[in-house]
Ligand binder design. Sequence first.
Ligand SMILES: Nc1nc2c(ncn2[C@@H]2O[C@H](COP(=O)(O)OP(=O)(O)O)[C@@H](O)[C@H]2O)c(=O)[nH]1
Ligand SMILES: [Mg+2]
Length: 310
Amino acid sequence: MFNFFKKNKENPDASEKKSLREVLSNTVNSLITNVVNTVQNEQIDEFTLDDIETMLIKADLGVDLAVEITNEIKDKNIKMSDFKSYLKEKFIDILNVEGENKLKFDKDKLNVYFVVGVNGAGKTTLIGKLAHRFKQEGNKVLLVAGDTFRAAAEEQLDIWSKRAGVDILREDKAQSSALAFKGIDKARNENYNVVIIDSAGRLQNKFNLIEELKKIKGVIDKKINNDNLETILVLDGTQGQNALSQASVFHEAVKINSIAITKLDGSSKGAMIIAIAKQFKLPTKLIGVGEKIDDIRDFDKNEFVNTLFE
Ligand SMILES: Nc1nc2c(ncn2[C@@H]2O[C@H](COP(=O)(O)OP(=O)(O)O)[C@@H](O)[C@H]2O)c(=O)[nH]1
Ligand SMILES: [Mg+2]
């Protein structure tokens, strides 16, 4: 009867499922409640427009978009009573241009997921969660320990592979591009259908990092044939606009096609998902909502916006 309150017995790592509303509560405050509360009169005056702009920027929606919104309110003479529905429509419009939000997967193909992002963004954790999910769904999953610079990074991925009950390819002092090569070969030869490749993310040495990621991507592109490839950029959901400058660096280097936002639990900067869609036309496909193995969700734009305006 009280199962709802208990941890999942079969999987002690599982956490109780938080509602999206709970996960996004700080974002709702910063992006909706605070912004909407700045408007006190039916006619929105210049001072209020300034306040709206400030609040939107504070919520990490980005300066360009904040300015665009306040200009539109002025030009279209949006009134207080229409303000919320205007915002909602605006956010949906922006998220709609970014394309398919569903992570590519085809059970008849080899599915390769190349995961990039700066140190600490949450790559390895996301890979562990994804591996668990794919495994639960009956796939044969191989992890490739491509963050070869830090022994601790390989160790961490190893722990996740055991938690998820999937295989891992790791080699001491390997070159990450060579390891990616081997990983895809191994997957083909041994009938894996999911390969997830971890990578390094040291920003201190941006040039080397980018060159290295390009090399890995080059290897993957050559080997992938007609199979599925997702190049996933992992961004820390507590970083807001700071994460956006990372997006351009990585996108230029390896041509990202999906975004994962981690640590949304508790973050007040969920508006960055909208900012990314606007600036890069890149779809967010996954969100991280905690540190546990099942704290991963598919991103659904309608659910996201509806939750913001619930
Ligand atoms: N609260 C929370 N913490 C997370 C989430 N994803 C990752 N983390 C934490 O962020 C830290 C860095 O994660 P890690 O996967 O090592 O990042 P990496 O350096 O990009 O591989 C770890 O302490 C994780 O537990 C998330 O969705 N929510
Ligand atoms: Mg890592």
